[in-house]
Design a protein around this ligand. Sequence first.
Ligand code: SF4
Length: 271
Amino acid sequence: MNQPSLICEQKNYRLIIVLRGRPCRYTGCNFCALPSVAGGNVAHNEFHELVSLNLNKALAQVDVNIQEIFLYNFGNVLDPENLLPDTLDLIVDTCKKKFHKLSILSMDNRLEPQYGFTETRLLNVHKRLQPIQTEIAVGYETHDASIRNRVLGKGLSDKRFSNAMKLLAQNGWIARIYLILKPSLGMSDDSATKEIIDSVEYVLKVAKKIGIQTRIHMNVGYVARGTSMEQWATDGEYTPPSQATVTKAFALVQALNPTAILGNDDEGLSA
Ligand code: SF4
């Protein structure tokens, strides 16, 4: 079991804050090892204290030129069972005070009310952060609902996705959408490239129709320890995309969405 912790990592103008606290309560994603490497069922007050003791210390090492912050917590940042709302408020207030050039605070979340994705929560966090832009980062993974739900176990329908995008737009949020390059078994690198382009086009079409600012975050498919994906790789059914495919696919994604982000970090979870 990993110890609860708070880590800050600066990448140019972007700051990544990783809260190793309580695990994601949705454990159904067949490719994700995050719930098993979170900080266990740490008590809320204990984790709040850890954050209040360590946040300022960690931020003291960071350049004040930070323009955006990605907040990760091994689960759902808005889920009060995952992260106490008071702890999120503390982080928001501290970051607002320290980083005068901060323009976006981005946080990962599922799109169901039971994981904190409610209008009240969206409104409260948005109000607290103003004038800094709130962004939700959503694992949509692929436009192919069968791969998304039957293979990856994501449990996210297209209807929920578009309704959630509407709710975000109505409450002033923007969206960062995770897509996986090569999300399934039995897929060649060429078909994976076509697949992610189809996914980008679909997401951008939905976003345009709804009128929500959206950027794509292309994650490279990899094999995380202790997941079904690891079993598929062991059985020879899944191989991650080659470096050449990653480069080619990301160039095509960027041509469609110039603000796209490449996520090629396995966070030390590869098998
Ligand atoms: S991908 Fe997200 S929702 Fe799925 S298990 Fe991992 S942290 Fe939870």
